[in-house]
Design a protein around this ligand. Sequence first.
Ligand code: SAH
Ligand code: SF4
Length: 351
Amino acid sequence: MASLYDLDRQYFSQLLKDHPTYRVEQIWKGLYNQGLQLQDITDLPKTFRQELALVEDLQPGLALLAEKIGDKGKTIKWLWGLKDHRQIETVLMLYPKRATVCISSQAGCAMGCTFCATGQGGFERQLTKGEILEQVIYAIRTAKQLNSKLTNIVFMGMGEPLANYASVWKAIRIINQEIGLAARHITVSTVGIVPGIRKMTQENLQVNLALSLHCANNESRNKIIPIGLRYPIEDIFNALLEYVQKTHRRVSIEWALMDNINDSYKDASELADFANPLDAHVNLIPLNPTPNWPTRGSNTHKVKQFQSFLSSLGVNATIRHNRGTDISAACGQLAAENTSSKGLIKIQSLK
Ligand code: SAH
Ligand code: SF4
């Protein structure tokens, strides 16, 4: 078992068949509703908790290898070791009235986007539902310890969530139904996996969908986002149009501004042609630097200019401020390289 959060209620019923039935509910509520570790579920007798602690299947799936703190304590990045020693990262961002966790859906990513540190490292494996959930639950616990509350979850860490559809959706259902976080506070970001968008159209939860477009013509896009060869812009557009029409939900478009690659008026105009019929909101961020890609992000002037190009073309766009660039925790910088413990500060020092 990759993580105790992969186990379902039936597993616990079977394991505890010689115990009173309410024990299962106590464990379930403790783990999901209260976000506790098994040994901290005080509704359970201490000796019983000690017994549970010895069960192999009930061990966590993620071991904390490093914790980095950036933005004066407001951004925290965790590097995790999985049971098979693969590594993933999770980023928690604290704001005055909310907290967002950016979680990974795969170890590595097969999509190969040239500008993304995860893509540069290639694909390792899918995460299980439990490994996805464990990141969320750890973030809930940490936010609480820091007198904050986890309010939002974004699938914008390592990996392509729609290429791990089944596990991602199983995790989303538990986040919604057991942990109790509203679906509209969960965002799935995709590079444009058309079958995944079509499946999301059939789901009955109000989860947000974000498309990482970055270029709105196939020729330029395919150079930096190779999976575009399989799913061209027209197909992505048609899938999104159906999604918007059927679900009445809004989609957002991510556009990382790359100097002289996608920041001209022509680029803005192609983006407007894509976004306007979908009534999509655009999020702009200057590209973050990564080790194996020479192009840098557009400067502040160009970012603002691009926003006003869009505005003149009838597109609403927000400039997003990056979190965690000082600890390589910003969008596209997650590479899970545990090379040193430099910058490792224990979270206790923040309390
Ligand atoms: N695979 C999914 C989700 C993870 S990537 C996707 O691609 O949407 C999360 C976001 O970070 C995406 O919008 C992605 O395009 C963006 N991103 C990747 N590398 C980046 C970089 N170097 N600078 C800024 N954003 C980047
Ligand atoms: Fe994968 Fe998203 Fe990075 Fe592209 S941007 S390589 S899809 S994680």
